[in-house]
Design a protein around this ligand. Sequence first.
Ligand SMILES: [Zn+2]
Length: 407
Amino acid sequence: MQPNTYLIIILVIIAAEFLVSLTVSLLDYNYKKTPTGKQTIKKDYTKAKNYLRTNIKFGITKAIVDTATLLAIILTGVFNTLDIALRSLAQGPVITGLLFFATIGVAAFIIDIPFSIYKTFYIEKKYGFNKTTKNTFLLDLIKSILGYALIGAVGLSIILLFFEKAGNLAWLYCWIAITVIQVFTMFIYPVFILPISNKLKILQDGPLKEAIQNYLEANDVNIKMNNIRIMDSSRRTNKSNAFLAGFGKNKRLVLSDTLLKNHTQDEILAVVAHEVGHLKMNHLPKKLTLYSIETFLMMLILSFVIRGNNFFLAFGVENISVYIGLMLFGIIYTPISFFFSTLTNQLSRKYEYAADHYAAETTTPEAMASALDRLGSHNLTNPTPHPLNVFLNYSHPPVKDRIERLK
Ligand SMILES: [Zn+2]
């Protein structure tokens, strides 16, 4: 393929991505459907719709800025200028590659900061969610910079080294290395990474602890009370949350302190049961397998793309290198990743229904429905998202659909 043909395909991909997300946002913005949930949802319906619309406007603005920046970078040949400048330092392909990604990463981070500030201190604050102080925000920002820098440097070094040194099977070694790192990160996440920014406490003695303990024993659940942790989410937000993380001895069922504050004991127990459902049906390993298949295909495609001279020229890049190949690949990978995320979302929604069903059977359908109802209305989840948006982007089914399934 000629460089210009590549360039046209790349521009079409970027435009298509932008237009699809814009269409979905506009459909959602104007989608009117009366919610059929219980009382709390109806009461907060207008507020939820307003929150949604504010977020949609914010999302569209961000998408315009991001797409315009990307187009400007491609069309003005910034990648090439930066590459030539870094090559003049003569530090070898791996160091040059790391510097290249670091420069792009820092620029992207700076562009994102105003959006992040606006989202946290204007939108979330306006709707009463934000609890983050300026100090916490700044500290979180620094921690995430260091975290990304560390993970990015290790991950990139591995990929760059393999592609520089390992010949034709580099993509396969990369896939194995990435999978090992992914599983390892999952393993240490709840015990070493999550506590960097959050405090995780064990549940205090009391009726709730007793109820959960009885539930775990009655249903033969392979998780100890010690593995159930309460996270101090209320330092940042009013939203409630619960999730499973890690595996083996690092397995944790995390409940936000906001969940404990806002819900009745029966509802909390139903939420715990829902997470137990995920655990019993091995949803996490199954999802991980799917991610791993995606990474496999991604590395395979990358190994083809990275060799094409004209592919680099389409972006105005004169010298072929693994690191720029990686960056450019990230840009054209969108349609494939879009396909995969639609697939994983569909699977994820199926798992949510299954976990709800499990919770309803081991507690009561009423408790699960009531928990979902309150979670949805309290977190101002969009009660009536457009079906296309659900199909493409929702990892969890809309609350109203989940409640209806429980009946
Ligand atoms: Zn779930």
